[in-house]
Write a protein that binds this ligand. Sequence first.
Ligand SMILES: [Zn+2]
Ligand SMILES: [Zn+2]
Ligand SMILES: [Zn+2]
Length: 127
Amino acid sequence: MSQRRTTWQKQAVQAALEAQDGFISAQELHLAILGTGKKLGLTTVYRALTDMVEQGQADSLAITDGEMRFRICTPEHHHHLICRSCSKTVEFDLPGFEALASSVAKENGFSELSHEIELFGICSDCR
Ligand SMILES: [Zn+2]
Ligand SMILES: [Zn+2]
Ligand SMILES: [Zn+2]
């Protein structure tokens, strides 16, 4: 990314995303922003979201219907527990897995590991 200016549009998108509890689609977030009285196009919202994903400020996820959903995210490595019904998301660490993964990789001569773990289920509110 050569240009990294933070526009008011991006700030508005970021603030709206921070106010959400789980993953949200660009359309839903767009409506939420319009509801606050800010005039932003859906394309701008979408572009700001993909920027944030590239910069590690947001997570993206394609849930069941294949539509991309976004969520504000902590930059540290973590995993997600996601409700299939309401897309409420819990971030969690798995230190035992990290240790296991790096020892498996080392045994097989792999370096520069990465992985993503996303567990799907139904949260207590939706049950
Ligand atoms: Zn996350
Ligand atoms: Zn739920
Ligand atoms: Zn991990």
